[in-house]
Write a protein that binds this ligand. Structure first.
Ligand SMILES: NC(=O)c1ccc[n+]([C@@H]2O[C@H](COP(=O)([O-])OP(=O)(O)OC[C@H]3O[C@@H](n4cnc5c(N)ncnc54)[C@H](O)[C@@H]3O)[C@@H](O)[C@H]2O)c1
Ligand SMILES: O=C(O)CC[C@@H](O)C(=O)O
Length: 395
């Protein structure tokens, strides 16, 4: 069996090479794809063929993918958690230094200097007093979102002598374990904003976080605070930032998301979405996304999905049925009855749910014929059914 993968954006070679050529056709113009591999391309308006079984994001944020719509169709969306976190952390640190040491306006000042010899040197010395900065030790950094990236930013800032406060009501146990022990927890976002010299955003863009930083929230921040946004443009209301910069209430806004409204504005440093743009991060993200996609297409296993539970079961000798369904009672019972009626014996089974979705892997002692899969798909509440051939039977 050959799987077809359509790619969007430039996917790192290391990822593309992780698809065995004998089993995969991969490319930007692949028709009738089984899977999609994407970076930042916006898929919200993209017509997705009915053949698509899964979408993998070679990166962290999935706001460019219509996750809710795909969930309703029983299609898993994968991402590559943590794969680019170090790259983003390093650029956030660069942003911190840029903001505190006025590096962007200082570079612009030097670029515009004229004259030669002593005149030039005098202009340098006379101009530099405009760029007197602040040092990090003792300053307080607020990290909003303590996941893969926020956690690394918090620990790195701590190692540079900053005091660090974090806010993340949904922090995972795993991420909490990785935090330096003296990173303090804020009880609310407003509490964090009120007491920090620098605030760095590391939350996903979802409805609850859209324009998280607005006029009211900026008013809570102390004067001259630095705002770092290496997460998503939509987390910050641009008009509020520009007004606060113009009134001298905000010290600087350093962002990875340029916009015409921000261009040339004093106090704004904008980079062209470079957070994850290192060879290492691009390769790590692509390789992990491909692994997720392959595990799902070849074995039905789900790891690192943003809408489905983790469901991983070792293969047995026979065929495998993968069923995505609404998380309602008696789904597994009805599927089991259909298999029994077809004379198939269940060898192993794993069922997990997440929110309104459930997913079941069932290994049987034969191969599930298309008509049996069709009968299971007809059960009310079943969204997707795949019959995965035995490992030994692949051609
Ligand atoms: N600039 C870039 O190139 C770049 C690269 C990677 C990721 N990102 C962005 O950074 C985001 C975070 O990435 P990550 O890998 O750390 O993700 P992650 O899922 O590991 O962490 C996100 C954290 O935010 C927390 N969170 C969610 N809503 C919150 C809220 N309202 N208040 C406080 N915390 C909240 C979650 O509980 C989670 O711990 C991504 O969603 C993406 O948008 C940008
Ligand atoms: O693919 C990229 O370059 C950006 C990825 C980044 O925004 C992410 O969310 O992982």
């Amino acid at each position: 069996m050959v799987f077809r993968i359509r790619t969007y954006n430039n996917i790192a070679e290391a990822g593309l090479e992780a698809f065995p050529r004998s089993q995969y056709e991969v490319g930007a113009s692949i028709e009738q794809p089984d899977g999609i591999l994407v970076r930042s391309a916006n898929l919200h308006q993209e017509p997705l063929p009915e053949t698509v079984q899964a979408i993998a994001r070679a990166g962290a944020g999935v706001n460019n993918i219509p996750v809710e719509k795909l969930s309703e169709q029983g299609i898993p969306v994968f991402n590559a958690p943590g794969a680019n976190a170090n790259a983003v952390k390093e650029l956030v640190l660069a942003g911190l230094f840029m903001g505190f040491r006025h590096i962007a306006p200082a570079l612009a000042f030097v670029a515009e200097l004229s004259g030669e010899g002593e005149t030039f040197e005098k202009a340098v010395e006379a101009g530099k007093k405009r760029f007197v900065g602040r040092e990090l030790p003792g300053r307080r950094l607020g990290v909003v979102g303590l996941g893969a990236i926020g956690g690394q930013v918090a620990n790195a800032a701590r190692a540079l002598g900053m005091e660090v406060v974090g806010y993340d009501p949904g922090i995972t146990v795993e991420h909490a374990w990785r935090l330096a022990s003296d990173i303090r927890q804020a009880r609310s976002l407003d509490e964090l904003l009120a007491e920090c010299d620098v605030v760095s955003l590391h939350v996903p863009l979802i409805e609850a976080t859209r324009e998280l930083i607005n006029e009211r929230r900026i008013a809570v921040m102390p004067d001259s605070a630095l705002l770092l946004n290496f997460a998503r443009d939509g987390l910050v209301r641009r008009s509020a930032v520009l007004a606060a910069l113009a009134e001298g209430r905000l010290g600087a806004y350093v962002t990875d998301f340029p916009h015409p409204e921000l261009q040339g504005q004093p106090g704004v440093v904008a980079l062209p979405h470079l957070g994850a743009s290192t060879g290492e991060a691009e390769a790590n993200s692509a390789v992990l996304a491909v692994q997720n996609l392959r595990e799902f297409l070849e074995h039905g296993n789900i790891r690192n999905s943003v809408n489905f539970p983790d469901v991983v079961m070792p293969r047995t000798d026979g065929g495998r049925l993968a069923v995505a369904n609404a998380n309602v009672p008696n789904m597994v019972g009805q599927v089991g009855t259909t298999l029994a009626e077809a004379g198939l014996n269940i060898v192993d089974l794993l069922n997990r749910s997440r929110g309104e979705l459930a997913y079941t892997l069932i290994d049987v002692d034969g191969e599930v014929a298309p008509d049996i899969a069709g009968r299971i798909l007809a059960i009310d509440g079943v969204l997707k059914v795949r019959s995965i051939p035995p490992v030994s039977g692949r051609g």
